[in-house]
Design a protein around this ligand. Structure first.
Ligand SMILES: Cc1cc2nc3c(=O)[nH]c(=O)nc-3n(C[C@H](O)[C@H](O)[C@H](O)COP(=O)(O)O)c2cc1C
Length: 187
C-alpha cells in the first residue's frame, strides 16, 4: 500500500517514527512530508527522523509533490502528530502547503485521512474544528496512549497508539495484545 505520512509541529515525534518503521517493515511505501515546525520538535524529542531508503521526503513549502493532486493513487494519509494549527487549517480548507493541500485532496476524493492531534487541554476552537473534520470524513485518533495492556516502556506506550493508526490504515501488525474480555462476570 502507498501512504502519505505528514508530520507537524506537535509533540509526539516518536509516534511518527514508529509508524514509519512499521510501514517499512510491512513492505509498504510512503511519501513523508514535514512542516517547518516539525523539524524543531523532532530535533528536541528524537534528534532526527530515520527514513527507509524507499520512502521519499518532501518539503511542505512546495506543491511539486505527487499527492497534491487527486489523480495520484494513494491509499491513505496520516498526519501524525497533528498540531492544532494544522488541524484548523485543514478544517477550514487552507490548502496553502503540501500537507494542507494533500489533506484537502484526500477529503475531496473520499480517501482515508487520519489525524492524530496532540494538545491538552482543548479550547472550544480545537473541539469545533475536530467536529468539522469528523463531519467532513476524517478519522480522528487523538494521541492518547492506553494503559490497560500494562505497558512497561515509552515504546510500549507509543505502540498502543500506533497500533490503532495501523488498524485504521488496514495494515497488519502485532504491536499489541488484543483486548480480550474475561469470563462472564469479570470486568
Ligand atoms: C517543542 C514544541 C512542542 C509543541 N507541541 C505542540 C503540541 O503538542 N500541539 C500543538 O498543537 N502545538 C504544539 N506546538 C506548537 C506548534 O509547533 C505551532 O503551533 C506551529 O505553528 C504548528 O505549525 P505546523 O502545524 O505547521 O507544524 C509545539 C511547539 C514546540 C516548539
Amino acid at each position: 500500500m502507498r501512504f502519505v505520512v505528514a508530520i507537524t509541529g506537535a509533540s509526539g515525534a516518536l509516534y511518527a517514527q514508529r509508524l514509519i518503521d512499521c510501514l517499512a517493515d510491512g513492505g509498504h511505501q510512503a511519501d513523508v512530508v514535514l512542516s517547518n515546525h516539525a523539524h524543531e520538535v523532532i530535533a528536541g524529542e528524537i534528534g532526527e527522523l530515520r527514513l527507509p531508503g524507499n520512502f521519499t521526503k518532501h518539503r511542505d513549502r512546495s506543491m511539486q509533490v505527487p499527492f497534491a493532486s487527486g489523480s495520484a493513487p494513494y491509499d491513505a494519509m496520516v498526519v501524525i502528530p497533528c498540531s492544532m494549527g494544522t488541524l484548523a487549517r485543514i478544517a477550514y480548507g487552507y490548502s496553502d502547503s503540501a500537507i494542507t493541500r494533500a489533506a484537502d485532496v484526500f477529503l475531496k476524493e473520499r480517501r482515508k485521512l487520519i489525524l492524530v492531534p496532540r494538545e491538552t487541554p482543548w479550547n472550544l476552537v480545537h473541539a469545533r474544528n475536530t467536529v468539522t473534520l469528523i463531519e467532513a470524513g476524517a478519522t480522528l485518533i487523538p494521541a492518547m496512549p492506553s494503559f490497560y495492556g500494562n505497558p512497561q516502556t515509552i515504546g510500549d506506550l507509543v505502540d498502543t497508539l500506533v497500533a490503532r493508526v495501523l488498524d485504521h490504515l488496514g495494515v497488519e501488525h502485532d504491536l499489541i495484545r488484543r483486548w480480550k474480555c474475561g469470563p462472564a462476570g469479570e470486568s
